[in-house]
Design a protein. Structure first.
Length: 371
């Protein structure tokens, strides 16, 4: 994918601006910078993550976004954020819809979108966001974003489908003020995918502290349900079962020391964890192993973000080209999501206030149209 494929010389999207909220170590930023974007503002409160971010991008992220006024943020074209998943409290009928997101970090995203009105945004979250609080959380998020005047698209994308040997499913929400023709990216071919062998470092370059003792190794091997060709990665689930795969399960920030093991012999190195998330080898490691383990677990799969960014810019550029002399059209704003992936966990509420439309088309989406 190359920038020249989707941008033409007179388009403003050739040099678009974005802000990076809940920035972590900049995985989302990397995906959009790779397609020509310029980050004009970033926000992150974790001290160790800020060290890594500054070492790699030269910017010192602003702190707690909840105390930063929208007026202090430069103008931008796309808002980006991997926001934490938090429950929403219903204050009561007297306060109603307007106040139900207050006190959460999503409220700050909503506040900035309302005040700055960028043409587009992209949000990333864990898959469990769909079923969180029995579906109430995702419904509130989508309804509030839609009420701001955005067409909303939601899908669940897996890093395994975008060239990385890591099974990492994440909710991606994209929004556009205009009625653009947006589609989520399709999986890449296996020929373009990295194997576990491509990720792993040679043993002689590794720290001795990465190897587990014989007791842990023997216990893990004993619990294995099957044998497969090395190299493989094992993960012990809550039931105590250990299954080897030629890919990693999702990296996790709060995982135990031996959450995943390579060949039941050692933990992944800091560089290997970054590679599993698609970070380039030029990315600098300036914090201890425990910190980079947490940071990669909290980060994103960069190729997934880049693929989404490509499709967003493609849609925005095509819309601009088709409507270069046309004023922005007013239209009903919609929410679209992949039916197959979320039908079992997405819970619709207050159906009597919406016009529910089922579409049987190639994309197998459901569309919610709001009056």
């Amino acid at each position: 994918m190359h920038q020249d494929n989707i941008l033409y010389h007179n388009s403003k999207w050739k040099n678009f601006r974005f802000i990076d909220l809940f920035a972590g170590i900049g995985g989302i930023r990397l995906g959009f910078e790779n397609l020509g974007g310029k980050c004009v503002f970033s926000s992150e409160w974790d001290e160790q993550a800020c060290k890594t971010y500054t070492a790699n991008f030269g910017d010192i992220p602003h702190g707690d976004i909840s105390i930063i006024k929208s007026s202090e943020i430069p103008d931008f074209d796309i808002l980006l954020g991997g926001f934490p998943c938090q429950p929403f409290s219903i204050i009561g009928d007297k306060e109603g819809f307007k106040h139900e997101t207050q006190g959460t970090l999503f409220f700050d995203i909503e506040r900035i979108l309302k005040d700055k009105k960028p043409p587009a945004f992209m949000l990333e979250n864990v898959r469990n966001l769909i079923s969180h609080d029995k579906g109430k959380t995702i419904n509130i998020i989508l309804n509030h974003l839609n009420a701001l005047g955005y067409n909303i698209y939601l899908d669940i994308l897996n890093a395994l489908d975008f060239g990385l040997p890591q099974k990492r499913e994440r909710v991606i929400i994209c929004g556009f003020l205009d009625d653009v023709n947006f589609n989520f990216p399709k999986p890449v071919s296996n020929e373009k995918s990295l194997s576990l062998e491509d990720i792993l470092e040679p043993d002689h370059l590794l720290d001795n502290n990465l190897w587990v003792n014989d007791k842990i190794k023997k216990s893990r091997i004993k619990k294995m349900k099957k044998e497969i060709e090395k190299p493989y990665i094992t993960h012990e689930n809550v039931g105590g079962n250990v299954t080897p795969h030629h890919y990693s399960c999702a990296l996790r920030a709060g995982a135990s020391a031996n959450y995943i093991l390579i060949n039941n012999e050692r933990r992944p190195s800091a560089r290997e964890m970054l590679r599993l998330q698609g970070f380039p080898d030029t990315y600098k490691i300036v914090v201890p192993y425990s910190s980079i383990k947490k940071q990669t677990g909290n980060s994103v799969a960069v190729p997934v973000i880049k693929a989404v960014a490509f499709e967003m810019l493609k849609a925005l550029t095509e819309y601009e080209k088709e409507n270069i002399n046309v004023k922005r059209r007013k239209s009903k704003k919609c929410i679209r999501f992949n039916y197959k992936k979320v039908k079992n966990s997405f819970i619709q509420t207050n159906t009597n206030s919406r016009n529910f439309i089922s579409r049987k088309d190639r994309t197998e989406q459901l569309q919610f149209t709001f009056p």
